[in-house]
Design a protein around this ligand. Structure first.
Ligand code: BYC
Length: 471
């Protein structure tokens, strides 16, 4: 088990003090990071004590150490999962060769791009969520928001460590640029679509952490298979932190659904709007939006980039071990492809279909979450069910990009789409209504009217605990 150096400026388990050049470079980046955090991190709560978990080692006991922390004092550091002895590349054309400990020259540019794309999402999400603290439905939720935010900050550190340690001057420049781009800024936007969409209310936030963070899980799982061992080790450790982010989203939506069901039962017309709840059809529209935005993050269905990532051993499949064949040269993957105004089934060579293979594993995982929400509805005696829209709905990347499919996946005319899109996507009046619900509840033990209390608090503490000290 590697030990974590907690005493140095940058906590780490990579023996940073043995590499003075790297240590100096990262120590120079650190104040720029902190400046970014103060400018673009959660507004107005930086001086408050928050009950946060911090990693102090990478083992089961140490990775989740809870304590009172002011966010700017959070110990952002560099933590890699412990190395696997004699690790070999597990797939693609180099299968069976020793995993690379140093970035291979021939894959340098591609790896840098993958790492920058991954890294860019982390600060982007913090920027998207920076105002949410002002409208948190409870102190428990406020604390969870800040937990997610500081860990996304740490995930940026994880990628910046790789850029600084393996990519020389180019890597240092990329690390600076990660602090320069801004979510939603038309002049210097974040790289991927969903990370430029606003997250300015808690329904968007829970949908984001349910669906977009879950893309993060699958992308990290694919990168954890990488033959580039430092990338594999850093993403493996990130995955331990990621689980909580999806928990926040999945249980957040679940608690809204639960409260909506309660309020429906209290009204003879099952109307929840007049009682300050979120109607199920509105929840469905936000679900549709964030599912579609998150599907785009997997890239095109047919992708020569994805084929090369796999061939070169850089990015594998979810649970690559569970496959018998790791070359993916002979097989095909079935896809539904739009052609001349209809949809036809086509067999796509498996390597070119890797984005879709990962996306399909993700869709199954999302379905499991939706099933859980529907269970709450069934228990409450409500017959309406939530559903994932078709994978073709509202896509902007890939085979179905910008084509007018409805939520069932049926191709409409542009005219019908324009007329009916408000049935499937949040419209201005939905947004205006959700905005009216965004009022802070900062008293310990209290919760906003539109969401149910969580089943339990954090780390065995009750919901009533003062998770953020605001005075
Ligand atoms: N938006 O062959 P294609 C997370 C570009 S989330 C804009 O289809 P490829 C987190 C693409 O770059 C996980 N552009 O795609 C969650 C390419 O450009 P070039 C983040 C897009 O390359 C919550 C062109 O279109 N991690 O961690 O196979 C909170 C054609 O590309 C998009 C990663 O993304 C898009 N949606 O795959 C915090 C993993 N999609 O090369 C954090 C690293 C595609 O022609 N990234 N393009 O200029 C990757 O693995 C791949 O870059 C992608 C794209 C899967 C994103």
């Amino acid at each position: 088990m590697s030990t974590v150096d907690q005493t140095s400026k940058i906590p780490n388990n990579v023996d940073l003090h043995h590499d003075k050049r790297l240590q100096r470079a990262l120590e120079q980046w650190q104040p720029n990071y902190l400046q970014w955090w103060m400018e673009m991190g959660p507004t107005d709560f930086q001086a408050k004590d928050v009950y946060l978990r911090t990693a102090i080692s990478v083992d089961a006991e140490g990775w989740a150490h809870f304590d009172w922390v002011k966010m700017p004092d959070y110990r952002w550091g560099i933590f890699l999962a412990d190395p696997v002895a004699d690790r070999k590349i597990g797939f693609g054309d180099h299968k069976g060769q020793p995993a690379w400990q140093v970035v291979p020259g021939e894959h340098r540019n591609v790896l840098r791009r993958l790492i920058v794309t991954q890294g860019d999402t982390e600060p982007a999400s913090v920027e998207q969520q920076r105002l949410l603290g002002h409208t948190a439905p409870s102190l428990y939720d406020l604390r969870n928001l800040f937990q997610v935010n500081v860990e996304e900050g740490r995930h940026l550190w994880a990628m910046v460590y790789l850029l600084h340690s393996q990519f020389g001057r180019d890597g240092r420049e990329e690390a600076e640029e990660l602090l320069q781009r801004r979510s939603g800024n038309p002049d210097k936007p974040r790289i991927l679509g969903a990370f430029n969409a606003p997250v300015d209310n808690w329904l968007d936030f829970y949908m984001f952490t349910m669906f977009t963070d879950r893309d993060g899980k699958y992308q990290l799982l694919a990168l954890a298979e990488s033959g580039f061992d430092p990338l594999s080790r850093t993403t493996r450790f990130m995955l331990t932190e990621e689980a909580h982010h999806m928990f926040v989203g999945e249980t957040g939506v679940e608690r809204i659904v639960q409260r909506t069901a309660e309020l429906m039962k209290q009204d003879k017309n099952e109307d929840v709007r007049n009682q300050g709840g979120v109607p199920l059809d509105m929840i469905q529209r936000y679900l549709n939006l964030w599912f579609a935005l998150s599907l785009d993050l997997f890239g095109g269905e047919v992708s020569s980039n994805a084929a090369s990532f796999f061939a070169d051993g850089l990015k594998g499949r979810y649970k690559e071990d569970s496959y018998e064949d790791h070359t993916a040269l002979e097989q095909h993957y079935k896809m539904t492809v739009p052609k001349d105004g209809t949809l036809v089934e086509e067999d796509v060579p498996l390597r070119n279909a890797m984005n879709e293979v990962l996306r399909d594993a993700y869709v199954d995982d999302c379905q499991r979450g939706v099933d859980r929400w529907n269970k709450r509805l069934a228990e409450a005696g409500i017959s309406t069910r939530l559903r994932l829209p078709s994978k073709r709905f509202y896509r902007h990347i890939g085979l179905y990009a910008d084509m007018p499919f409805d939520a069932e996946g049926k191709l409409l005319s542009q005219e019908e789409w324009q007329r009916r899109k408000g049935e499937w996507l949040p419209a201005a009046d939905d947004r205006a209504y959700v905005a009216t619900l965004q009022k802070p509840v900062h008293e310990p033990g209290k919760i906003a009217n539109w969401i149910a209390r969580p089943a339990r608090g954090i780390k065995g503490l009750p919901f009533e605990y003062e998770y953020v000290r605001l005075d």
